[in-house]
Write a protein that binds this ligand. Structure first.
Ligand code: SF4
Length: 222
């Protein structure tokens, strides 16, 4: 085992360069799973996506937006109607309350507009770092590496970060990634996590960064 917990700056640069050569970037996968052109729909989608599969989240969002498309319209809906519409995404009673709070705050404090900064987004009820970064990246086209479960796993296996939680990974990757990788980094990492560095049985033998990966060197030495 190397004993290092995080790769050096040049090593991190090399990892991103190789990932950029092996994986599609933002332009190819512009329509990510949570991509929503309307900022309000994007935030709602993110809140509903907690512990839900993408297909179930999409169904819940579609059913909800068939009932109302604005904060005022959704706030006016009875809770049981919202809960029934979003049932496919699970945790629907809790998420119904979050949606109601979100709509009220947008109306009362933000003139019905979704804030366009990470900090502003994270001040909204039910919106954490991951959700804020996904909205920033997908909806506001910001150069942000949003960290979901795949990105979190890959970053910490390779040694791009040394973090326990996805939020810590997000903070560390923002510091550790080269500037040029911020725009497409999320897309390279997520595709890589789905195709190569999968949760169970990662394909280390044919992985383009296995000579640098701390997880691989630790398992090879074990
Ligand atoms: S060597 Fe294995 S663990 Fe490391 S990045 Fe590649 S697939 Fe993932």
């Amino acid at each position: 085992m190397s004993g290092k917990r995080v790769l050096t700056e040049p090593e991190i640069e090399t990892v991103f360069r190789r990932l950029s050569e092996a994986m599609p970037g933002r332009t190819v996968t512009a329509k990510g799973p949570k991509d929503q052109p309307d900022p309000f729909r994007s935030v709602v989608s993110c809140i509903l996506s907690a512990q839900s599969r993408d297909a179930n989240t999409r169904k819940a969002v579609d059913q909800l937006f068939a009932l109302g498309r604005t904060p005022d319209q959704i706030l006016a809906l009875p809770e049981d109607e919202i809960a029934a519409a979003i049932k496919p995404c699970g945790l629907y009673n809790m998420k119904t309350k979050s949606l109601k709070k979100l709509c009220a705050v947008l109306i009362e404090e933000h003139d019905r507009k979704v804030p366009q900064t990470r900090e502003g987004l994270m001040d909204l009820p039910g919106v954490g770092r991951k959700c804020a970064d996904i909205v920033m990246s997908f909806t506001f086209d910001a150069d942000v590496i949003a960290v979901d479960t795949h990105v979190h796993r890959v970053c910490n296996r390779i040694g791009l970060t040394d973090a326990k939680t996805a939020d810590q990974t997000a903070r560390q990757i923002e510091e550790n990634a080269p500037e040029w990788a911020m725009r497409d980094g999320h897309f390279w990492l997520i595709q890589f996590g789905k195709a190569v560095c999968v949760s169970r049985k990662p394909k280390c033998g044919t992985c383009p960064v296995n000579d640098l990966c701390l997880f691989y060197s630790a398992t090879a030495a074990a």
